[in-house]
Design a protein around this ligand. Structure first.
Ligand code: BGC
Length: 363
C-alpha cells in the first residue's frame, strides 16, 4: 500500500517536472523569437521609414491624427515603418527625438512642432542629411520645410468670430483665452477672429495665451479675473479643451450659458455642449482628411529621397511665408458646427456618433 502511494507520488512529481520543463521550453522559444524580431528590426532595410513627431497626446484630436496617419501609410505601403515619437510638450525632448530619427536614417519627417521658432538647428541637420520635412498642422518657421499641411487657420478664427456676432452680443465685449504664441496657428486664428471683431465694433477686453495649451492655466486666469466679467458677453477659447475648463469655471459661478463660448476641434464634450446649448459653436477640422493627405505626401517625399529625385508635389499649388521662405502649403477648410448642422457634419461624417453627442437625451 505504502509502495503504491510512493509510486503514485513519484508519478505526480514526474508529471509536474515535465510540465515545468515544457513551460520553460516554451518561454525560451518565445524569447528566441523576440530576439530574432529585434535583430530583424535592427537590420538596415529598404523599407520606407517615416518619422512622426508629436508635441503630446494630451489634447483629444492628436491620437486620431496619429491613428489615421499610421493606418493610411500601412494601406498604401504595408512594408513602410512609421516611427511615432511623443515629446510630452518638451521642446528639448522633441529636438532629441528628431535627431534620433535623422540618425536612424528616416526617409521623411512629419512634425507637429511644439514651438514654431524652436527647431531651427535640427531642421538644418535634417536638410544636411537630405531628409524631407513635412510640418504637420503647425508651421515650422524660417526652415524652408518641404510641405506645410494644415487647415486654413485664419478661417478658424473668422468662423469663431462670425458665430459669436451672429449669436448677438449685448455689450459688444469679448475675452480671448488663446493658446501659446509659440504655436504659429494661434496668431493666424487670432488674426481671423480680431478682424471680425473689428468689423463689428466688438471690443476685445483682454487676450490671454495659455502656456503649452494648458487649459488649467486658462481657467486660473479666468478665476483671477472673474470680477471683470460683468460686461463680457463671450469668451473665445483657443480650443475645445480650454472651452471645457472655462465651462467648468463658469458653471461654478452660475455663468455657464450666460457668457457665450466658442472653441475648435469638435471635441466630444464640446459637441455635447453645443447640442445642450451651453457652447455656441465649435470649429470642426476633419483631421482624418489631414492625416490621410499627409500620409500620401510623406510616402511620395520619402520615396523621392530614396530615388534621389526632387519633384514638386502634385496638388500643392499654394505657398505660405515661413518668415524667410515661401513654402508649399496644402490646406483644408474648417467647418463651423452649431446646433443646427451638427447632425450633417459631425455625426454624418462619423467623427462622433449620435449617441455620444446627444448624451443628455439618453440620460
Ligand atoms: C491645433 C489645435 C489644437 C491645439 C492644441 C493647435 O495647433 O491647431 O487643433 O487644439 O494645437 O493641441
Amino acid at each position: 500500500m505504502k509502495k503504491m502511494y510512493c509510486f503514485n507520488r513519484n508519478k505526480k512529481i514526474i508529471s509536474i517536472l515535465s510540465l515545468l520543463l515544457c513551460i520553460c521550453m516554451l518561454l525560451t522559444s518565445c524569447g528566441k523569437e523576440q530576439k530574432q524580431t529585434v535583430q530583424q528590426e535592427e537590420k538596415p532595410s529598404d523599407n520606407l521609414l517615416i518619422g512622426l513627431c508629436f508635441d503630446s497626446f494630451l489634447i483629444e484630436r492628436w491620437q486620431r491624427d496619429c491613428d489615421v496617419f499610421v493606418s493610411s501609410v500601412k494601406e498604401q505601403d504595408p512594408e513602410a515603418e512609421v516611427n511615432v515619437q511623443n515629446a510630452n510638450g518638451d521642446i528639448e525632448t522633441q529636438k532629441s527625438q528628431i535627431r534620433y530619427l535623422i540618425e536612424k536614417g528616416a526617409d521623411v519627417l512629419v512634425i507637429v512642432c511644439i514651438d514654431s521658432d524652436g527647431l531651427g538647428d535640427v531642421m538644418n541637420e535634417a536638410k544636411n542629411a537630405g531628409i524631407p520635412v513635412i510640418a504637420y498642422d503647425r508651421l515650422i518657421n524660417n526652415s524652408n520645410v518641404d510641405l506645410y499641411i494644415s487647415f486654413n487657420n485664419e478661417r478658424v478664427g473668422t468662423l469663431m468670430g462670425q458665430a459669436l456676432v451672429n449669436s448677438g452680443l449685448e455689450n459688444n465685449n469679448v475675452l480671448m483665452l488663446s493658446g501659446p504664441t509659440e504655436d504659429s496657428n494661434v496668431a493666424w486664428v487670432e488674426k481671423g477672429f480680431r478682424k471680425v471683431m473689428e468689423d463689428n465694433s466688438v471690443t476685445i477686453k483682454d487676450c490671454y495665451h495659455a502656456p503649452g495649451w494648458r487649459s488649467e492655466q486658462a481657467a486660473e486666469y479666468l478665476g483671477n479675473h472673474i470680477e471683470e466679467l460683468d460686461d463680457v458677453d463671450a469668451i473665445m477659447c483657443g480650443n475645445d479643451d480650454i472651452a471645457t475648463t472655462v465651462f467648468r469655471t463658469l458653471s461654478e459661478r452660475r455663468l455657464a450659458g450666460k457668457i457665450k463660448t466658442v472653441g475648435q476641434d469638435a471635441d466630444l464634450e464640446a459637441c455635447q455642449r453645443v447640442v445642450e446649448g451651453t457652447q455656441v459653436m465649435t470649429v470642426y477640422k476633419p483631421v482624418e482628411k489631414l492625416a490621410q493627405n499627409a500620409a500620401e505626401f510623406a510616402i511620395i517625399l520619402g520615396n523621392n529621397k530614396k530615388q534621389e529625385i526632387s519633384e514638386p508635389l502634385e496638388n500643392v499649388k499654394d505657398t505660405i511665408y515661413d518668415g524667410t521662405f515661401d513654402v508649399p502649403y496644402f490646406y483644408i477648410d474648417p467647418v463651423a458646427v452649431n446646433k443646427d448642422n451638427i447632425d450633417d457634419t459631425i455625426i454624418a461624417s462619423g467623427f462622433h456618433t449620435h449617441d455620444e453627442v446627444y448624451l443628455y437625451e439618453n440620460e
